[in-house]
Design a protein around this ligand. Structure first.
Ligand code: LER
Ligand code: MN
Length: 272
């Protein structure tokens, strides 16, 4: 398993669960010194990602881009794949398609998290699922065509009402198909809220685990809550997961200490 840490380039997302903020060079320098392998970037969009030169700066520091978050499309524009408005759904889909293309040259998959949206009075559950499935077919084909994968993230009940558990995510993937190009992002914070047993859920997910977000039970850095990481790491080892364990945690008590807590947890439980 490989270690990664998040970097947000979206100022409007302040208060969110990202370890590093804004300064790409400083984040990469510190992440490398602590022993991380990758950095996950939350950018306002594909153009801002390119302009930030995050891929080059990461590479100069011997770091990989672990993944690209697309939640900027929600934070900055309120786009979602399940909006009642067709134009908004299309904007969300096209934004994700361009993020897929932006990450592909660096082997960085795009993440669909908050852009999945939710069902509501305006869009009932069946319709929201139909919109989501349609978008995922299009986007996973796009990912396949540019030689990458797409990551879909189940979110806890306070953030969405569509796909909350890993098992629901697996059902969704089995409906959408596009073999191998759509995988699940298993976020340990969401799983702490929704799963009966986090380790068992990961075991069942097996090869469909495409990425892991690491945070403690309270979204603080690993080690500052009550999640027991030992059985979780054992499950990931049992399913031979070799992807990133990427810290998506609040920058508490500050970014540097959050990164240090994370890498200590990674080295203790997940390394190798
Ligand atoms: C937000 O809670 C989260 O987990 C993100 O990865 C989704 O965009
Ligand atoms: Mn997450």
């Amino acid at each position: 398993m490989k270690s990664s840490v998040t970097l947000s380039l979206v100022n409007e997302a302040r208060g969110g669960p990202f370890v590093y903020w804004s300064d790409v060079r400083e984040a990469c320098k510190e992440a490398k010194a602590l022993g991380f392998t990758g950095i996950e970037v939350f950018a306002p969009g594909p153009e801002a990602f390119a302009k930030s030169e995050a891929a080059k700066i990461a590479s100069d520091h011997g770091l990989k881009i672990a993944a690209l978050g697309t939640g900027g499309g929600w934070v900055l524009h309120q786009w979602t794949l399940t909006s009642p408005e067709e134009k908004v759904r299309t904007n969300a889909r096209d934004f994700i398609a361009r993020m897929i293309e932006a990450g592909a040259p660096f082997g960085a998959p795009a993440i669909i998290g908050s852009l999945q949206g939710r069902h509501s009075e305006a869009v009932d559950q069946a319709k929201a699922h139909a919109y989501l499935e349609e978008a995922l077919i299009y986007l996973s084909q796009k990912a396949k065509s540019v030689g990458t994968v797409l990551l879909f993230e189940p979110l806890n009940r306070y953030e969405s009402n569509l796909i909350r558990t890993v098992e629901e995510g697996m059902v969704l993937i089995s409906k959408v198909g596009e073999s191998g190009s759509l995988k699940l992002l298993c976020d340990l914070f969401h799983m702490n809220i929704e799963e009966t047993n986090i380790a068992e859920a990961l075991r069942k997910c097996g090869a469909m685990v495409g990425h892991v977000h690491l945070a403690d039970s309270n979204r603080k850095p690993a080690g500052l809550g009550h999640t027991d990481f030992q059985p979780i790491a054992a499950a990931l080892k049992d399913i031979a997961y070799q992807g990133f364990i990427s810290a998506e945690a609040l920058p508490l008590p500050d970014s540097s200490k959050a990164a240090k807590h994370t890498i200590d947890c990674f080295n203790r439980y997940f390394k190798g």
